[in-house]
Design a protein around this ligand. Sequence first.
Ligand SMILES: CC(C)(COP(=O)(O)OP(=O)(O)OC[C@H]1O[C@@H](n2cnc3c(N)ncnc32)[C@H](O)[C@@H]1OP(=O)(O)O)[C@@H](O)C(=O)NCCC(=O)NCCS
Length: 147
Amino acid sequence: MDAQDLPWVAHWERILQPQPWNLAQLQEELQQTGWCCIAHTQHTQAIGYAIARRLYDELHLLALGTCHNWQRQGVARQLLHGLLQHARNTPTASLLLEVRASNRPALTLYQDMGFQFLYTRKSYYTLPSGSEDAFVLQRELSHATPV
Ligand SMILES: CC(C)(COP(=O)(O)OP(=O)(O)OC[C@H]1O[C@@H](n2cnc3c(N)ncnc32)[C@H](O)[C@@H]1OP(=O)(O)O)[C@@H](O)C(=O)NCCC(=O)NCCS
């Protein structure tokens, strides 16, 4: 993926997330260094996305989503594998992310993929329904461990 795909990502963020990344925020972030944006495609059509940014030796997952009709078919798992593979090819110690405390599908996915709970950020998300805590999760990357 590159900058041309960001309107598509922003569109799906609005559909999938209660506190979505908007296009301006995505474009602003993309001007920083260390970006990695990947899409999962089916017959050239994008059906899922992952966006991460490097900060020193850490890759930080900013957005992950699978279009509704394609959920529960292994798309997000493959996107995370892609990011972990990318991280492996560069000097990266860990992949870090925040997830809403009530986001059961995502928490199950991350737990399944070996992410460990680090700590809670209280009231991290501002949602129409009020605030919500974020769990900060980390997957350490050792070159000896398969992705
Ligand atoms: C979370 C999300 C990205 C998962 O995408 P997906 O492509 O459907 O996930 P996968 O098919 O790769 O699922 C892999 C594993 O995650 C877990 N999982 C995924 N969706 C789940 C659900 N709805 N309920 C329970 N577990 C779920 C399961 O362990 C699953 O493995 P299994 O299907 O073999 O049981 C998707 O639901 C989504 O886009 N949600 C809205 C955006 C979001 O919350 N993003 C995460 C931001 S932190």
